[in-house]
Design a protein around this ligand. Structure first.
Ligand code: PMV
Length: 347
């Protein structure tokens, strides 16, 4: 390319899976399709500055988190650059400065890989667009999602909203193992502005990285049944999202969360990523639902934190319940109130 230097800034959100991705093949190809809500407030903002350099022998970049130099992030980004080099030929022609910040506290136990990798992938696509003649909007997002997937699988579901599917599924035309696509079907208004309050139960380092976790699905005794179940759950969620049947939604989403953890508990080696307070919260949620008829439910990612999902009309009563009964189980009483969002933005 002939551009000497410049910069782009993107903000990109986190996402929470309803049908979980757990298990992958070579090149970050998922073993089963997944679907997620895009979040609104939990996001990463990344500014990528680039300037032409002389030598094209190596990647050259520096990383800053909240204005602080972060050399410990470099290996992850180096790996990412190696994986995407074939698709972005300009990578070795520029020096990059990556300045990033998250709206949620670092080491809150909220994975920043989905928002972080998608924000970086989008910045890199903006550079590509500057160098290449024409990139349509559709191709831009598709390739950015493709690149984000190579950074962190679930990151490919963070670029758009409000529901994104990743992984080939028979019932969803255009779905692909290579990138996320916007959920193409009708969604009942019960799910409009759905709320997700994230209870920060444990902010410690993860006991098991998601890379190790995915790999433990190779040779896992229940792997094939699990992949079948995820496919079926994706089929089922299409009619649930259309009809607005919140009871079926709750059953599917909670079962997915517990199955994800069951896979970890039954791998070799095995892990328990829930904490006692995770279970306290789940039991309180079940009791509250039983006693009040609320449509509150929970989901989990690969950690101890609990995502509390509920319809917008219940916001007041559910937040009251969270404050009076669940916050005691959160580390330092910390929680984040989020909701469904609509994807990344160029700033
Ligand atoms: O994107 P990864 O490789 O960190 O995997 C994340 C997988 C889960 O968050 C546990 C589930 C999902 O689909 O997001």
């Amino acid at each position: 390319g002939s551009v000497e230097n410049g910069s782009f800034t993107w903000s990109s959100p986190s996402n929470i899976a309803l049908v979980k991705y757990w298990g992958k093949k070579e090149n970050q190809i998922p073993e089963n399709p997944s679907i997620s809500f895009t979040l609104n407030d939990c996001k990463t903002t990344t500014k990528l500055s680039f300037s032409k350099k002389e030598s094209k022998a190596n990647f050259s970049f520096e990383v800053f988190l909240d204005e602080e130099k972060k050399d410990d992030f470099k290996p992850k980004i180096e790996t990412f650059f190696k994986r995407i080099e074939a698709y972005l030929p300009f990578l070795k022609q520029y020096h990059f400065k990556i300045e990033t910040s998250n709206t949620f506290p670092h080491s809150s136990g909220i994975a920043s890989s989905a928002s972080g990798m998608s924000a970086l992938a989008l910045c890199l696509m903006s550079v590509e667009k500057e160098l290449v003649e024409s990139v349509s909007d559709k191709l831009f997002i598709q390739k950015a999602s493709f690149l984000a997937r190579l950074g962190s699988g679930s990151a490919c579901r963070s670029l758009e909203g409000d529901l994104v599917v990743w992984g080939k599924h028979d019932a969803i035309d255009g779905s692909s193992d290579l990138f996320g696509v916007k959920y193409p079907f009708e969604v009942h208004e019960n799910f409009k502005n759905y709320q997700d309050t994230i209870l920060l139960v444990d902010k410690g380092e993860k006991q098991v990285s998601s890379t190790v976790g995915h790999n433990l699905m190779h040779g896992h005794p229940f792997a094939q049944e699990r992949f079948k179940q995820a496919n079926k759950n994706l089929t089922d969620i299409i009619s649930i999202l259309k009809s607005g049947d919140l009871d079926r939604f709750i059953a599917l989403v909670e079962s997915e969360a517990l199955t994800l953890h069951a896979m970890m508990m039954t791998s070799m080696p095995y892990f328990i990523l829930m904490k006692p307070n995770t279970l306290e919260i789940i039991n309180k949620i079940w009791a509250f639902r039983h006693n009040t008829g609320s449509k509150i439910c929970f989901t989990l990612d690969a950690g101890a934190n609990v995502h509390v999902l509920y319809p917008e009309i219940e916001s007041e009563q559910v937040l009251e319940f969270i404050k009076s009964e669940l916050v005691v189980y959160c580390q330092k009483g910390h929680y984040i109130s989020d909701r469904i969002g609509f994807g990344a933005k160029l700033l």
